[in-house]
Design a protein around this ligand. Structure first.
Ligand SMILES: [Fe+2]
Length: 210
């Protein structure tokens, strides 16, 4: 048996056949899991669009739903490329995140801006979860030399990051708009002095940046 250091070196260069086999299985497991995740996201985004208060948030969810359908198609293409049939693996991760969003819907008033703020937070949490899975899948695909699959995963990952950026923008517009409304309704209130939020870094503090 090769020394540990050699095995680690082969692992990262993708030359160890036993490791390759293990990584291929792991790739397939994760692929099935993200396939389930995307399918669940398509359903959940439809419900979230229905529950939203403002047109901006509703249309963001509907666009995101459409994009998730494309991601499902791409995953089916990857299943084909690696020669196995498309299959879902239940992911408790996404189930939990979707449950959280449903609880947010249940605990906020229909037609309120708080409802939309909660929905944006939920959507962005799911987005970050997807980015994490796609990032890992892409790494595995590269190590395994699954070139075609890696190209498809790269496309999806780039789109997920773009959606994340748009959700941050939406949150910024949303908070600024709300501050403005509060300023108009209650001049001189403590909210009135709130500065518009620009370039909030979601990775540093959450989508609303406050
Ligand atoms: Fe997606």
């Amino acid at each position: 048996m090769a020394a540990l250091a050699d095995r680690i070196a082969s692992f990262f260069s993708g030359n160890d056949s036993t490791t390759d086999e293990g990584l291929r299985d792991l790739f397939i497991t994760e692929l099935k899991s993200v396939y389930y995740t995307e399918n669940q996201a398509v359903d959940a985004l439809g419900k979230q669009a229905k529950a939203s208060t403002t047109d901006e948030v509703r249309s963001a969810f509907l666009q995101h739903q459409e994009q998730s359908r494309t991601h499902v198609d791409r995953l089916e293409e990857i299943f084909k490329i690696i020669g196995i049939r498309s299959e879902e693996r239940v992911s408790e991760g996404i189930n939990g995140l979707i449950d959280d969003v449903e609880r947010t819907i249940a605990s906020t008033e229909s037609g309120s801006l708080t409802r939309d703020a909660g929905l944006i937070i939920g959507a962005q949490t799911i987005e970050h979860y997807e980015i994490a899975i796609y990032g890992s899948l892409l790494t595995l695909a590269r190590v395994l030399d699954f070139t075609q699959s890696a190209e498809l995963l790269e496309k999806t990952l780039a789109e997920e990051k773009e959606t994340d950026r748009r959700l941050t923008e939406l949150a910024e517009t949303f908070v600024n708009k709300r501050s403005k409304e509060e300023e108009d309704q209650h001049p001189g209130s403590h909210h009135a002095s709130r500065q518009p939020i620009v370039n909030a870094d979601v990775t540093a503090g959450g989508p609303l940046g406050i």
